[in-house]
Design a protein around this ligand. Structure first.
Ligand code: PLP
Length: 398
């Protein structure tokens, strides 16, 4: 049997691969601390579950409109207006099976052969493979640790061309945790507006996870002109601890939403009907639990950064958002482990897993092999224990 060659463009997802390896070791009874998963460590709040349970009991078990029930799309409009300062109408919203489907469908309705997409690196794993599958050329902008892994306006300008169809920004960013300031977002907007065919895909899925008084600025909020050039992606996974519900959404100009609706209609159709009611409960319910979660994450953030920087050979900048740190591990390259010389982030990831029993995700999957991603969405105890395990394991390298 010959599989379609198109699928060869899609690499396996590195974040999932490490999780699988860690799960295998755990199943063998090894006490692995997982810093690999990109999901909150608390359960979905009860009022959200109740929203979905009530919907099930009320018989909300049939198909809905592909883009979601009007009440959910209206709730998204209200939430986005309140939290991001951008006004949308329900026909500018499409609910998708996770933010992931938003990325997949948005890139597929916008990109084709001859188009270019500008993607700053390091960045979350999905954009590049999906853009490549859609036939576009990926123009990667290598950001620097010195600029906290943020793409400058100058770097963007150098990467853009008349063929640029889309520019991706992700603030707060997975994996670096960087957060773009208002001035930086304004600079990117000005550059995009100077290119008539370019649009922005802004992935704001970590927009509620900010520290040190940082401000979340949606590029769509800058002007009506910019809103018309923006696809705003958000979702329920990270903010409301709903990763398993598979709910995300895109806010975009009607024409784009309509095209995404048609594509989605040929694949999954609507997000699970009763889950949509949970989504309404999330958006319209109390949000005070977010402050507690943020304070908890903040303690872990401080502890993990301090811990990483106290280990010889590792260094780590303080992230301003999300729940990831992205320590530099390239100083370990050239050292000897039990499997031979450490040469890249994958070797480091395997060494950390096998000899420190700590699972993390090698930076190569995010576009920078000199780093590794740790999620600190785990207990402070685990963070502290993990640091000590890493310290011991690194000291054993020859
Ligand atoms: N965007 C970013 C930056 C992410 O890190 C993720 C998940 O890890 C997503 C989007 C998609 O999340 P989901 O499909 O669970 O909504």
């Amino acid at each position: 049997m010959k599989l379609a060659s198109r699928r060869g463009k899609l690499p396996p997802i590195p974040t999932l691969a490490m999780n699988t390896k860690a799960a295998e070791l755990k199943a063998q009874g090894v006490d692995v601390i997982s810093f690999a998963a990109g999901e909150p460590d608390f359960d979905t709040p009860d009022h959200i579950k109740e929203g979905a349970i009530k919907a099930l009991r009320d018989g909300q078990t049939k198909y809905t409109a592909v883009s979601g029930i009007p009440a959910l799309r209206q709730a998204i409009c209200d939430w986005v207006a309140e939290h991001k300062g951008v006004t949308y109408t329900p026909d500018e919203i499409i609910c998708t099976v996770g933010g992931k489907q938003s990325v997949f469908n948005a890139l597929h309705v916008l990109l084709e052969e001859g188009d270019e997409i500008v993607i700053p690196a390091p960045i979350w794993v999905a954009y590049e493979p999906v853009a490549t599958l859609a036939g576009a050329r990926v123009v990667r902008v290598e950001t620097s640790e010195e600029n906290n892994f943020k793409m400058t306006r100058e770097e963007l300008a150098a990467a853009m061309s008349p063929r640029t169809k889309l520019v991706v920004i992700n603030s707060p960013c997975n994996p670096s945790g960087c957060v773009y300031t208002r001035a930086e977002i304004e600079g990117i907007a000005a550059e995009v507006l100077a290119h008539p065919s370019a649009m922005v895909l802004t992935d704001e899925i970590y927009g509620k996870l900010l520290y040190d008084g940082e401000e979340h600025v949606s590029i769509a909020s800058l002007s009506p002109e910019m809103k018309a050039r923006t696809l705003l992606l958000d979702g329920f996974s990270k903010t409301y601890a709903m990763t398993g519900w598979r709910m995300g959404y895109t806010c975009a100009p009607r024409e784009i939403v309509k095209a995404m609706d048609t594509l989605q209609g040929q694949s999954t159709s609507n997000v699970t009907t009763f889950a949509q009611y949970g989504g309404i409960a999330a958006l319209q319910g109390p949000h005070d639990f977010l402050d507690g979660g943020r304070a908890e994450h903040d303690k872990r953030r401080q502890a993990i950064v301090e811990g990483m920087n106290s280990i010889d050979g590792l260094s780590c900048v303080m992230p301003k958002g999300a729940f990831y740190v992205f320590p530099r591990i390239s100083n370990l390259f050239g050292r000897q482990g039990p499997n031979g010389e450490i040469t890249d982030s994958m070797d480091v990831g395997v060494y950390f897993l096998e000899h420190a029993q700590c699972a993390a995700v090698p930076g190569v999957g995010f576009g920078d092999d000199r780093y590794i991603r740790f999620s600190y969405a785990t207990s402070l105890e685990n963070v502290k224990e993990g640091i000590e395990r890493l310290r011991a394991a690194v000291s054993l390298l020859g």
